[in-house]
Design a protein around this ligand. Structure first.
Ligand code: PBG
Ligand code: ZN
Length: 327
């Protein structure tokens, strides 16, 4: 006979018991909703490759964030989308006085104060005419020449009132450069969420359409991480911590859960995962065809992030999940 003294199924009998013993839980406080901010007024232009996500001007963004706050979304991640004519080799329009992200930050903080955590993406690729995240010299990405520009961009966001700046460029030394610039300007209280472990990924496709930030030549493999590497993630995170990162991130999320687990175990800083555009749009496309159950798929993915060790989930699905009562 078999010994059936221990029966795992006992704790799966009813939904209440299953909820009682569930290990991974999702709480809206861990969500960050990304936004694509454009210049102008009264603009809310759907992004074709990302159903449910739009380009919005600052006035419209304020309305969206107000209704998101009511749903329980208390953190945003802002991306600026400048007009084509405002792109230059060194991306200096990223920190122009009238740049759209500092304007959005100031408007959001004025309206919502500390009820909202405003995080800004810091990277030049939407602002350079060649679409790379750093300056180009002799066909290569010039790491050290890029750092002061990133620092100026982060400073412009922090001076406008950003709670946290989030460098996503993957230049070596950028966290140190940003931290020093903030501290020098008396902004020691501004946090840094580093895109510490950011892989060169095909999952960013829809985002590059949304941000109009695809590289004009070559690819990003000389600065973003190689998808074949696991141990290197520990080095990237370690360096960012030494340079002053307050929050770490692994990006993309789904295909890199082994790395999420590694980072969560190795370091004590809060860990974010970025559930990126390609991951979002694949779910949307399959759900649209009726091939998958969108809610069930999204919840399963989010629970996987939590199981792997993520504290913060950056996700385009946050609003829909809360609006439709998925939690
Ligand atoms: C810019 C940046 C990218 C993403 C976030 N910041 C794209 C890239 O590196 O090409 C991707 C986000 C997403 O796909 O949702 N450096
Ligand atoms: Zn970039």
């Amino acid at each position: 006979m078999y010994d059936l003294t221990i029966r795992p199924r006992r704790l799966r009998v009813t939904p209440v018991i299953r909820d009682l013993v569930a290990e991974a839980r999702i709480d809206p406080n861990m969500f960050v909703q990304p936004h694509f901010v454009v210049p102008g007024q009264n603009i809310s232009e759907p992004i074709e490759a990302m159903p449910g996500i739009s380009h919005q001007s600052v006035d419209t963004l304020l309305q969206t964030v107000a209704s998101d706050l009511k749903l329980g979304i208390r953190a945003v991640l802002l991306f600026g989308v400048p007009p084509e004519g405002a792109k230059y080799p060194d991306g200096h329009s990223a920190y122009a006085p009238d740049a759209v992200v500092p304007q959005a930050v100031a408007a959001l903080k004025k309206r919502f104060g500390d009820d909202l955590a405003v995080i800004t993406d810091v990277c030049l690729c939407a602002y350079t005419d060649h679409g790379h995240c750093g300056l180009v010299r002799d066909g290569r990405i010039d790491n050290d020449a890029t750092l002061p520009h990133l620092a100026r961009m982060a400073l412009a966001h922090a001076e406008a009132g950003a709670d946290i700046v989030a460098p996503s460029d993957m230049m070596d030394g950028r966290i140190g450069a940003v931290r020093a610039a903030l501290d020098e300007a008396g902004l020691a209280h501004t946090g840094i969420m580093s895109y510490s472990v950011k892989y060169a990924s095909a999952y960013y496709g829809p985002f590059r359409e949304a941000a109009n930030s695809a590289p004009g030549f070559g690819d990003r493999r000389s600065y973003q991480m190689d998808a074949r590497n696991r141990r290197e993630a520990l080095l990237e995170a370690q360096l960012d911590i030494e340079e002053g990162a307050d929050i770490l991130m692994v990006k993309p999320a789904l295909a890199y859960l082994d790395v999420v687990r590694d980072i969560a175990e190795a370091f004590s800083q809060p860990l974010a995962v970025y559930n990126v555009s390609g991951e979002y749009s694949m779910v949307k496309a399959a759900a649209d065809r009726g091939w998958i159950d969108e809610r069930a798929i999204v919840m399963e993915n989010w629970h996987a992030f939590r199981r792997a060790g993520a504290d913060i989930i950056i996700t385009y699905h946050a609003r829909q999940a809360l609006a439709e009562g998925w939690l």
